[in-house]
Design a protein around this ligand. Structure first.
Ligand code: FPP
Length: 241
């Protein structure tokens, strides 16, 4: 059987257009393997590449990963700086590859509060890939759903609207994700059953898939299983047929 044959045999509308992933369990994976936490994050970062290519091969168009939350600053200074190092390394290492694969890279989150060198790198990678449309890879960095909503509301108020001007569409268009479709499928690894302040607005009608496996152990086969599970669900978006 060729790779992802079961997914590729699905009617195209049954394949999630946008998958969002909460990458959890790097630390526990490292501990169980008698490695430093940093090794867990490194394995996790490498797995983002594997899973990105698998998404492309399955016909998924958007992948959004939760790489660093607004709450992650409370980790030790060493861990925070290693995660920032991995993000920089990822962007530097993958820029040319993204261009070759016609992938647009975006970063969502409070980028203005990141270190200037990381901000400059993000701008460079975003600008260099802005016109590419085959695939969309988005990193949530210094991202929190509540923080995103607060920043969106501030942005709207700066435009001096009347109360009646405020609509769901106006709010949506001020979110960091204004040019992304909502996720069809949210996957969370690591066994926890919560969304941890990720994409609070955007996940309103997404399908959720939780699995009890650490992120570095999440394989292409696990992704295929999640997509097949999604394909079997009936989405009603609050309505009834
Ligand atoms: C959760 O594991 C993961 C994170 C806090 C960050 C995710 C970051 C990466 C995968 C590396 C950098 C990312 C990219 C995309 C280059 P955890 O430490 O909370 O695990 P634990 O719950 O087992 O301790």
């Amino acid at each position: 059987m060729s790779k992802f044959e079961k997914v590729l045999a699905l009617p195209p509308e049954r394949i999630p257009q946008h998958i969002a992933i909460i990458l959890d369990g790097n630390g526990r994976w490292a501990k169980e393997n008698h490695l430093a936490r940093s090794q867990g994050h490194l394995a996790g970062a490498n797995n983002v590449e594997t899973i990105t290519y698998a998404c492309m091969d399955m016909g998924v168009k958007y992948l959004t990963v939760y790489a660093f939350s607004t709450e992650n600053w409370s980790r030790s200074e060493d861990e925070v700086s290693y995660l920032m190092f991995l993000l920089k390394r990822y962007l530097i290492k993958n820029k040319q590859d993204a261009i070759r694969r016609r992938t647009r890279i975006r970063v969502i989150g409070n980028v203005a509060d990141l270190k200037p060198d990381l901000q400059a790198l993000i701008r460079d990678v975003e600008d260099s890939t802005a016109d590419l449309t085959d695939f969309n890879l988005t990193f949530a960095i210094n991202y929190g759903g509540r923080d995103e909503l607060v920043r969106a509301v501030r942005g709207i108020l700066e435009e001096g609207p009347e109360p009646s001007d405020i609509t769901a569409e106006v709010l949506r268009s001020h979110l960091d994700t204004h040019d992304l479709p909502d996720p069809d499928l949210l996957i969370r690894t690591g066994g926890e059953l919560r969304i941890s302040n990720f994409l609070l607005w955007q996940l309103a009608y997404s399908e959720f898939y939780f699995l009890d496996k650490y992120w570095p152990d999440f394989t292409e086969d696990d992704l295929e299983q999640a997509v097949l599970d999604y394909a079997g669900r009936e989405r009603r978006f609050g309505g009834r047929k």
